[in-house]
Design a protein around this ligand. Structure first.
Ligand SMILES: Cc1ncc(COP(=O)(O)O)c(C=O)c1O
Length: 461
C-alpha cells in the first residue's frame, strides 16, 4: 500500500488544519495560504513529488533549488543509512568526525584553485555569516582596524540572518530591518532589462562596470570584503551579470586589496552548467559559500571555503585571541556530510555536468516561444536557472500591481497541471533538478506556458 493510501480522511483533515493553523510557513502570507489548499507532500520519486492525496507533481524548482539527482536516490539513501548505523551526530568543537573530514578533502579537490580550508555550518545564511565574520576578523587580527565595511549589490540576496540581510539589496525582504543590520556600501547591480542607468545592453557604455570601480576608488580603504552572487543574482529574479563582470570585480579586489566572497549557495553544484559559477570566468574568490545542492538536496549543510592567506591570519598562540569564535551545534553533521560525499560521487559517476549540456540547450530552445507571449517582458537563463519576467505592458515594462498576485496565480495554475514551481514576485522561476529529462523539460515548459496564458489573458480581458 502506498503511504498516502494509509492515511484516513480524518488524518488528512488534521494534517491540513495543523499545516495552516499551527505551522507558520516561510516567506508565506498565512492569510492567503490557509485558503489555498496547498499540497502536503508525503513522498518523492525521481523528479516528482507526491502529496497526501496521491497527486504527482514535477519538482520544477528542485524543492527550492536544492535537489540535484532527484528524490530517493539509491546511493544517497544508502550513504545516510550506513552512516546512521555508525552515528547520527557528534560535534566538531574540539574533536573530529570521519564524514566531515572526507568531505572537506573532496570539496577542496573540486573547488577553484587556492580554496584550501573548509568551515562547516547548516545553511546558506550561516555560511554567508561565516564568510562575513571571517573577512572582518581577517583585517582586525592583523591590526588593520579601518577595514570594517562590506560592499554589496542592489538586488542581492544572501540569506535571512541579520548579517546576510545587511548585505542584501531586495527592498521587499530587507528594507524593514535597515535600522538593525550592518551597513554596507551598496552598488547598483547590472539588471539589464531594467537598467539603473536607463541604457540598453547593446549600446551602453558599461556604466555598471564604472560604478563599481568608482565605489572601490572611494571606499576601498574601509572595505574588508565584497560579496556577490557570481554570474547570476538568484532571488532577485534570476538576473545574470554581464559577461566579464565577475572577472572585473576580482581584478579590483586584487588592485585594492579587498577580499572577494562568492556566494555560490544557489549557483553551486552545477546549476549554471559548470560545477561552480566562478568557473565561467576563471575566478578564484577568497571565500566561496556553498549550501543547497551540497547534499544533493537531502539534508541541511553549508561549507564556507577560504584560502591559506585568510587562515594564517587566525593561526597563532591561543593568548593572542585570534581564534575564530564561531560554531553551531550541528557543524559538520555526519549524516549531512555522508549525503554530500555520495552526492559528489554521483556527480562523477553519472557525468552530471557533461550530460547537462544538451539539456541546457534544449531548455534554451523551449524558452524561445515565451518571448512571443504579450505578457512576457524578459526571459533569462543561465544553465538550469531561469527567470521569466511577466509585465503588464511589454512596451513600457510596467509591472503588474502587487495585489493582482500574477506570479503567484501562475504557479497555482501550474500546480493544477502537475508542476510545482515558485515565483519571485512576477518572475516565474524554473530551476529543476539536474536529473530532469528532456521530456520532463518539455512538460515543464508546456505547463508554464499554458499557465501564463491562462492567468494573464484573464487579467487583460
Ligand atoms: C545566493 C544565496 N545565498 C544564501 C541563501 C540562503 O540560504 P538558506 O536559505 O539555506 O539560508 C540563498 C537562498 O536562497 C541564496 O540564494
Amino acid at each position: 500500500m502506498n503511504p498516502w493510501e494509509k492515511l484516513t480522511e480524518e488524518e488528512k483533515e488534521r494534517l491540513r488544519y495543523v499545516d495552516t493553523h499551527i505551522l507558520w510557513h516561510p516567506f508565506t502570507q498565512m492569510k492567503e495560504y490557509e485558503t489555498e489548499n496547498a499540497p502536503i507532500i508525503i513522498a518523492g520519486e525521481g523528479n516528482y513529488l507526491i502529496d497526501i492525496d496521491g497527486n504527482r507533481y514535477l519538482d520544477g524548482v528542485a524543492s527550492l533549488w536544492v535537489n540535484i539527482h532527484g528524490h530517493r536516490v539509491k546511493e544517497i539513501d544508502e550513504a545516510i543509512r550506513e552512516q546512521l548505523n555508525l552515528i547520527a551526530h557528534s560535534t566538531l568543537l574540539g574533536i573530529g568526525n570521519v564524514p566531515s573530514i572526507r568531505l572537506a578533502e573532496k570539496l577542496v579537490q573540486i573547488a577553484p584553485k587556492g580554496l584550501t580550508k573548509v568551515f562547516y555550518s547548516d545553511n546558506g545564511s550561516t555560511g554567508v555569516e561565516i564568510a562575513l565574520k571571517m573577512a572582518y576578523q581577517f583585517w582586525q587580527n592583523q591590526g588593520i582596524k579601518e577595514k570594517r565595511a562590506f560592499l554589496s549589490f542592489y538586488n542581492a540576496y544572501h540569506g535571512d540572518t541579520l548579517g546576510a540581510v545587511g548585505v542584501g539589496g531586495i527592498s521587499l525582504f530587507h528594507q524593514i530591518y535597515r535600522d538593525i543590520v550592518i551597513k554596507s556600501v551598496k552598488v547598483p547591480s547590472a539588471y539589464c532589462y531594467r537598467c539603473f542607468w536607463n541604457k540598453e545592453p547593446k549600446s551602453c557604455d558599461k556604466e555598471c562596470f564604472s560604478a563599481l570601480e568608482e565605489a572601490f576608488k572611494k571606499h576601498a580603504s574601509e572595505l574588508s570584503a565584497v560579496i556577490i552572487e557570481p554570474i547570476i543574482q538568484g532571488a532577485a529574479g534570476m538576473i545574470p551579470w554581464p559577461e566579464g563582470y565577475l572577472k572585473f570585480l576580482r581584478g579590483l579586489c586584487n588592485e585594492y586589496d579587498v577580499l572577494l566572497i562568492c556566494d555560490e549557495v544557489a549557483t553551486g553544484f552545477g546549476r549554471t552548467g559548470k560545477m561552480f559559477a566562478c568557473e565561467h570566468e576563471g575566478v578564484s574568490p577568497d571565500f566561496m559559500v556553498l549550501s543547497k545542492g551540497i547534499t544533493g538536496g537531502y539534508l541541511p549543510l553549508a561549507a564556507t571555503l577560504t584560502t591559506d592567506r585568510v587562515y594564517q591570519a587566525f593561526y597563532d598562540d591561543y593568548e593572542k585571541l585570534k581564534t575564530f569564535y564561531h560554531g553551531h551545534s550541528y557543524t559538520g553533521n555526519p549524516l549531512a556530510c555522508s549525503a554530500a560525499i555520495a552526492n559528489l560521487e554521483l556527480f562523477e559517476k553519472n557525468k552530471v555536468i557533461e550530460k547537462m549540456q544538451p539539456k541546457i540547450k534544449k531548455l534554451s530552445q523551449l524558452l524561445q516561444r515565451f518571448w512571443d507571449l504579450p505578457w512576457v517582458g524578459d526571459v533569462r537563463q543561465r544553465g538550469f536557472m531561469v527567470g521569466i519576467e511577466l509585465v503588464k505592458d511589454k512596451k513600457t515594462k510596467e509591472p503588474y500591481p502587487l495585489k493582482l498576485r500574477v506570479g503567484h496565480r501562475v504557479i497555482r495554475s501550474a500546480r493544477k497541471k502537475g508542476v510545482i514551481i515558485r515565483p519571485l514576485g512576477d518572475v516565474i522561476v524554473l530551476m529543476p533538478p539536474l536529473s530532469i529529462t528532456e521530456d520532463e523539460l518539455e512538460m515543464l515548459c508546456d505547463v508554464v506556458y499554458q499557465s501564463i496564458e491562462e492567468v494573464c489573458s484573464g487579467i487583460d480581458s
